[in-house]
Write a protein that binds this ligand. Structure first.
Ligand code: ZN
Ligand code: ZN
Length: 410
């Protein structure tokens, strides 16, 4: 690096591009210059030595953001992660993260499992993958979605160094300690399990988890640190009490009602549907390690998800892109675009995976936009995704290049 501004080696210009305007849903023809990892002002001089990428009329979007992933979930049997050496889990996570970047995702929000070390390794370039907003381990009550013991297991072995995705904390004080501990370790958000789930062995989908006092304790601790709480929740009963307690993002939300949508908009909260994972779990879950008991629970949520998305979109709720894929099913990450476009316009689905997700991550203006000053995270496609969302759903066919921090990474 040199101080001489005429000697920029870290400049990239995309020539002959269609540049998206996400506010209007239109394209502008032109070049896009990136300098020192950020989008330059329109019309700025191209520095000598800038690399040139002629995209030949390709369509340029901000790099995609997936707001619900588990980068350590190399198996759908999440209970096994705690018994797997963390070194092995990290190696698997590096592979999974590389795959996400190759599918156009330049930032992801990890919803349990990823930690400070993995985010640091990515930011230092040791691991090739999307930028990581992580929450550490998810907080769960005993017998909740983050308690991976089967009913026949009596011993509770919740070792803090293992690679499990959850930690059990019961009672408001213990929830506070657990939240503070995750925040101490750099958590971008606190994940709580506020209802039953598919992958947990002993709970029911329709159970509520955590008392209002416990949920509020997590919210208070997160807000004290200028962070927020994301809650795994399926039914309206679980979703609405989480929103009333101050939770900022609802994960899944397949069985919400009209009151849920009112609460989402009243509180400025976000809904993060993860529709593709139920489809994938039903088709392939057992093959990739989902236990039989869990597989039977998939039907409880599979059919309702698209209706919930439609209800939330109609009510004007902020909706972010999420996938929640596990094990060998990560390869379906872009299929969520196709599923959502059954009830939403392509522009709205694209906003979910760019500008809206950026707001959820507290990074509005920084990522998820092509505006000057934003990080130069870009996706180049060979066809117009506003006309046909298949351009995003099928990256192997339509993706021309991925740029992250001003560097072409694919
Ligand atoms: Zn969940
Ligand atoms: Zn999840």
């Amino acid at each position: 690096m040199t101080n001489d501004s005429s000697q920029h080696t870290d400049a990239l210009v995309l020539r002959n591009a269609h540049l998206v305007d996400l506010d209007t849903g239109t394209w502008r023809e032109g070049d896009l210059l990136c300098v020192d990892g950020r989008v330059a002002e329109d019309g700025a001089d191209v520095p000598d030595g800038a690399r040139v990428l002629d995209v030949r009329g390709g369509f340029v979007l901000p790099g995609l953001i997936d707001a619900h992933v588990h980068v350590t979930a190399f198996t759908a049997g999440l209970g096994a992660l705690g018994d797997t050496p963390p070194s092995y889990v990290t190696a698997q996570a590096a592979r999974i993260m590389g795959g996400m970047l190759d599918r156009g995702f330049t930032t992801v929000r990890d919803m349990a499992g990823a930690d400070f070390g993995l985010a640091k390794a990515q930011s230092e370039g040791l691991v090739r993958g999307p930028r990581l907003a992580f929450g550490g381990k998810a907080l769960s009550q005993t017998g909740g979605h983050g308690d991976n013991r089967g009913a026949g297991t009596l011993l509770h072995d919740d070792h803090p160094c293992c690679a499990a995705v959850g930690r059990v904390a019961d009672g408001a004080d213990a929830v506070r300690v657990a939240a503070r501990d995750e925040l101490r370790k750099g958590a971008h958000h606190i994940k709580v399990m506020a209802s039953g789930g598919v992958a947990s062995p002993t709970d029911r989908i329709d159970s509520t988890q955590y008392s209002p006092a416990e949920l509020r304790a997590a919210v208070e601790e997160a807000e004290a640190a200028n962070r927020y709480v994301a809650a795994h929740a399926y039914t309206a009963r679980a979703v609405n009490r989480a929103l009333e307690a101050g939770v900022r993002s609802i994960e899944h939300g397949n069985l919400i009602d009209d009151r849920s949508v009112e609460l989402l908009t009243e509180h400025g909260a976000f809904l993060v549907p993860t529709l593709v994972t139920y489809w994938a779990l039903k088709q392939e879950g057992r093959e990739f390690g989902l236990p039989e008991d869990s597989w039977r629970k998939v039907d409880d949520v599979l059919g309702a998800g698209l209706g919930a998305l439609e209800r939330a979109a109609r009510g004007g709720a902020r909706i972010a892109y999420g996938t929640d894929l596990l094990g060998g099913m990560h390869r379906h990450q872009n299929e969520e675009f196709r599923i959502r476009s059954e009830v939403q316009k392509p522009l709205d689905v694209i906003r979910s995976a760019t500008s809206v997700a950026a707001e959820l991550l507290g990074m509005g203006g920084e990522i998820g936009t092509l505006a000057a000053g934003a990080r130069a995270d870009l996706l180049v496609l060979d066809s117009d995704p506003l006309a046909d969302v298949a351009a995003l759903a099928d990256p192997a066919r339509h993706q021309v290049a991925v740029v992250q921090g001003g560097r072409q990474v694919r």
